[in-house]
Design a protein around this ligand. Structure first.
Ligand SMILES: [Zn+2]
Length: 210
């Protein structure tokens, strides 16, 4: 017999790991991965993982189309898919980070008790700090709006044309190299490329409109 609690296991596994109930309410967060994530993200206010217990995952997913995509993913798991894996970016100001997110059902017998989310870092590339990823809101409503893809984290300057397949989507380094400013507001969406690759299959919806 193993004398470990489920929380002991959550606290030991690699990557950012958290569990939700079937509706998406967060019931457990693994300490090890969360500590590293908070330290590397330059956002100390997220270090206290207890603040997130009891809140719903969907509060933290920006953009209606992205939320709909995640709902569709959870529906697939609810309907019996054993696990879903998808690549995503989760950049910090000084680090470009390629990750792989897996969503696994937590079942006892056939009954679904929740979901296990685990994000593992596949590759990291240090870079000079890019303030785009500090997500500050201090600039208010008067600064320009910038579209940011929630999956690849590229940005689109011309927000009226972001859903156009010919619109330019730039990674953050290229954005700054072209003279881009950090004094912008971010509107989260999904770029046409990621939409075709990942979201179309989740939702069957038309491309996002800004
Ligand atoms: Zn994208």
């Amino acid at each position: 017999m193993i004398n470990l609690t489920a929380q002991n296991v959550m606290d030991s596994v690699a990557g950012v790991t958290y569990a939700t109930d079937p509706t998406g309410t967060i019931i457990s967060i693994g300490a090890r991965g969360w500590r590293l994530f908070a330290a590397e993200s330059a956002t100390p206010e997220i270090a206290e993982r207890e603040h997130f217990i009891g809140r719903n995952l969907f509060e933290f997913i920006a953009g209606d189309d992205v939320r709909a995509g995640y709902e569709r993913l959870l529906d697939r798991v609810r309907s019996g898919e054993p696990q879903i894996a998808l690549p995503c970016r989760c950049d910090a100001p000084s680090m470009a980070r390629e990750m792989r997110l897996t969503i696994t059902p937590l079942r006892r017998g056939r009954a679904l008790h929740g979901f296990l989310f685990q994000s593992l870092t596949l590759a990291e590339h240090p870079r000079p700090p890019l303030n785009l990823f500090t997500f500050t809101t201090e600039f208010g409503e008067t600064v320009p709006l910038l579209g940011m893809c929630s999956l690849c984290e590229r940005v689109c300057v011309d927000v009226d044309r972001c859903s156009d397949v010919h619109a330019a989507w730039l990674d953050a380094e290229r954005y700054y190299a072209n003279g881009g400013s950090s004094q912008v507001r971010i509107s989260h969406t999904v770029c046409p490329l990621c939409f075709r690759r990942w979201v179309e299959g989740w939702t069957g919806a038309p491309p996002p409109v800004f």
